[in-house]
Write a protein that binds this ligand. Structure first.
Ligand SMILES: [Zn+2]
Length: 119
């Protein structure tokens, strides 16, 4: 199988595992942790980059699935986002490109701000 195809399949499974993790978080937090762990293993195996939106919702240190107001504390500014895992206290700061941060914060579509011509 081609590498690109592997990555595509891997990413699909990663997204699926995160969906499951979110569902299981309420009733079975340990299961949610396991799903995150599996998703990370898949990303390593197929050497796919973890999607940015998923990077923010798990703890790199203890593999917990993070949900704001439940086991995570999220501080947002227009420039960066700080996600703190309340289970192990590990924190993670993200955000580099301004347009991306603006897109998340305001709901505006990235790319329409400075008229790059893309839809
Ligand atoms: Zn943690």
């Amino acid at each position: 199988m081609k590498h690109a195809k592997m990555q595509e399949l891997g990413l699909e499974r990663i997204y699926r595992l995160f969906e499951l993790a979110e569902q299981e978080l309420e009733m079975h937090p340990e299961r949610a942790k396991r799903y995150v762990q599996l998703a990370r293993e898949i990303s390593k195996k197929v050497r796919a980059r973890f999607p940015d939106e998923l990077k923010l919702i798990f703890c790199k240190k203890c593999n917990s699935f993070l949900k704001e107001g439940r086991n995570a504390q999220i501080t947002r500014t227009p420039k960066w986002t700080l996600v703190k895992c309340l289970a192990c206290g590990s924190g993670r700061k993200t955000g580099r490109k301004n347009d991306r941060a603006n897109g998340i914060g305001t709901g505006e579509l990235p790319g329409t701000i400075d008229g790059t011509g893309k839809k």
